[in-house]
Design a protein around this ligand. Structure first.
Ligand code: SF4
Length: 500
């Protein structure tokens, strides 16, 4: 009998990819995707610990699934990912009906664990070592690499895919839980990455996004030769059938000239650099242990602008960080008003147990102040984004058509393959473009004449005259508040994720 699986994913691209891999592994064991949790034999939550809100959502969802589990005790309920690693036993203390708690370094065990639970083996907890509990080598080994076959059905679109370049992070920014829940930074071999890309292309993938917590820190040493991200891009750019390459997320101090030059010189590499500044004040950056000053950041930005004047640069910001004064917030506001970011993902600070900031610094900015600073910064970014987008009116942009626009998705429009709908795609510099065109163009690359611009998207007509000018869509939530962006349920169209 078919076994059916339902998986909900919260968090960043890493989790989106992890969910795809878990589903692929389970499909090989005969599982199929269910329409919803009520029809599933196993319900998994792939979780995020970066903000309290993301954890609260999972505990609420676990509260709801409790009723289903009471009706059907054979239902397997699993908590996967960062929250499983961070909270471990706490998950089952708060939700004793959970059968599986599996950290991100143990996801390869999920198929066997599910079968063990179904066979009556009782609940299972599988997590990696704590970062303070053993040697770096032992901890790294406990976060096992997990790269089985892919599953196009779980991807945002069949023609776009994430590829992991490395796991974990060693930067230990004071506010961030990622190094604790994702383990030490470990690169994957370049040959493995290129082989994965080649396989994806053979399956019809046109765009790959390389993902790492600090993707531009990528280094692989082998036989006296070191492969950097720029070397990897060079190899991927040579793959026939691949049209676009992106990479996220970048760490400012590792934005080297060879990488910037590679982006300029390699035709398939998108001119899009997500390089989170996190704050505009040196004092706050020091409290965050980010490892650079705002002068360093501006110097890096200057090098990008000099080599890639048209590149879209985007950032993340935290408002209301421990001790943030009005003057310090003003420094962030000034940065957003002057740096010309295409967009920024803005987060209210949320203390994370286990981090230095949680242990040593008071979360002393009132919630109302955080909200207000969030609003003000978002407004400033909106102005900057609009100014940046207006420059595109009258230009012709090459767009990879991703699917229905957010507007037509909300309407659940179904015009059939030959019918016209409002479609959305992205330029080589990651700007969203909406236009009316036949659905059969989804997955194709088309030229679009840009006729209008809003803060969050451009609109126009397909250059061969297939479509008419369309009104601007509403600002997509993905470009506004960070929360909507960071909390994604699958399957649904791609959303660009923040750094953490
Ligand atoms: S904010 Fe980014 S660089 Fe800093 S610790 Fe977290 S994942 Fe690493």
């Amino acid at each position: 009998m078919t076994k059916r699986l339902w998986i909900e994913t919260v968090g960043c691209q890493m989790n989106v990819l992890d969910s795809e891999l878990v589903v692929a592994a389970l499909r090989r064991q005969g599982w199929e995707l269910a329409r919803d949790g009520s029809q599933a034999d196993a319900v998994f939550y792939n979780t995020c610990s970066v903000r309290q809100h993301a954890e609260d959502k999972i505990y609420s969802a676990l509260g709801r699934i409790r009723l289903e589990k009471a009706k059907r005790p054979e239902l397997v309920v699993g908590v996967l990912g960062c929250m499983a690693q961070k909270d471990q036993d706490l998950v089952r203390r708060r939700a004793p009906w959970v059968d599986l708690v599996v950290g991100p370094g143990q996801l390869h065990q999920v198929p066997a664990l599910v079968e063990a639970v179904r066979a009556g083996g009782g609940p299972r907890l599988e997590v990696s070592l704590d970062r303070k509990g053993a040697s770096r080598e032992a901890i790294a080994r406990s976060f096992e690499s997990y790269d089985p076959d892919r599953d196009p059905a779980m991807r945002p679109t069949p023609f776009q895919a994430f590829i992991r370049t490395q796991t974990g992070c060693d930067k230990f920014c004071a506010f961030c839980v990622v190094p604790h829940v994702r383990g030490p930074e470990q690169a994957r071999a370049p040959d493995t990455i290129v082989a994965e890309a080649r396989k994806l292309v053979a399956e019809g993938c046109r765009e790959v996004t390389l993902i790492g917590q600090t993707v531009n820190s990528y280094r692989w040493a082998d036989g006296g030769r070191t492969t950097r991200l720029s070397d990897l891009l060079l190899r991927l750019d040579a793959l026939d059938g691949l049209d676009r390459i992106k990479f996220v997320t970048n760490y400012p101090r590792d934005m080297t000239d060879d990488l910037i030059t590679a982006v300029r010189d390699l035709p398939k590499v998108c001119h899009y650099l997500h390089v989170p500044a996190q704050h505009g004040s040196d004092a706050v950056l020091t409290r965050m242990k980010r490892g650079y000053t705002i002068g360093d950041y501006m110097e890096m930005l200057g090098r990008i602008r000099e080599t890639l004047p048209e590149a879209a640069v985007t950032s993340d910001f935290i408002v209301g960080y421990c001790g943030e004064t009005d003057a310090e917030f003003q420094a962030t506001l000034d940065l957003v008003r002057t740096a010309g970011f295409k967009n920024s993902f803005i987060f209210k600070y949320s203390p994370r147990p286990g981090t230095k900031a949680h242990e040593r610094l008071a979360d002393d900015v009132p919630e109302e102040t955080k909200k207000e600073r969030n609003r003000v910064l978002l407004e400033a970014q909106e102005e900057a984004s609009l100014a940046g987008n207006l420059r595109f009116i009258g230009t012709r942009q090459r767009v990879l058509v991703e699917g229905l626009s957010a507007r037509d998705e909300r309407r659940e429009a179904d015009p059939g393959p030959e019918g016209t709908a409002q479609l959305a795609g992205r330029t080589m510099c990651d700007r969203i473009v909406v236009f009316d065109a036949p659905l059969r163009l989804v997955g194709r690359i088309v030229d679009v004449e840009i006729h209008a611009a809003g803060a969050w998207s451009l609109s126009g007509v397909v250059a061969d005259g297939l479509a008419e000018a369309v009104p601007l869509e509403d600002p997509p939530a993905a470009c506004g508040t960070a929360l909507d962006l960071h909390d994604i349920a699958l399957p649904r169209p791609a959303a660009r994720g923040p750094e953490v």
